[in-house]
Design a binder for this molecule. Sequence first.
Ligand SMILES: [Fe+2]
Length: 189
Amino acid sequence: MTSEALQRFIDQANSRSCQQPDPADCVLALAPLMLDLIDQASSFLEPQHYRSSPETYSRNLIYSAPDQSLSLYSIVWLPGQWTPVHDHGSWGVVGVVEGVLEERSYVRLSPDRGVDEDIELARGGTILLRHGAVTSFVPNPDHIHITGVPEDRPRAVSLHLYGRTMNDFNIYDVAAGTRRRIRVAHNES
Ligand SMILES: [Fe+2]
């Protein structure tokens, strides 16, 4: 069952993302909604949204728009679980519900000519996001990073809203200077 707070968030996110065709304006309009949604998390997060796995971080689907224009996941990060280096092909807004989510950014030094090799990435800064924090990103050039939780910190849980169904993305081999598209799994709601 969808809680009132979640339904209101989905309705407002749908309407604001339609009104803002520029991804940068879109995340500006949606970030405050995520800030409020974090405060309401206990009203709609259910046990299935806290599913985790010892193998890898777990993506639990909360909402997917019928036209694939919007998706919301809870992601559960156990200590030591990280994404690969990846981009998104979409805007995104992320809010932290529990723990500290760490983001380590990469900066693309070579122009993106749309090919999957000769990609030069430099390591960028680190951001530590506690409960209540909201961050966002926009594509073109896409935001490239890893996110996760180091071994010595407890579990983190975060909410991730994207401007598409997020079932694939590019992962990067930084040393080889290459990228490839992979499918990413999720648990159904
Ligand atoms: Fe990401």
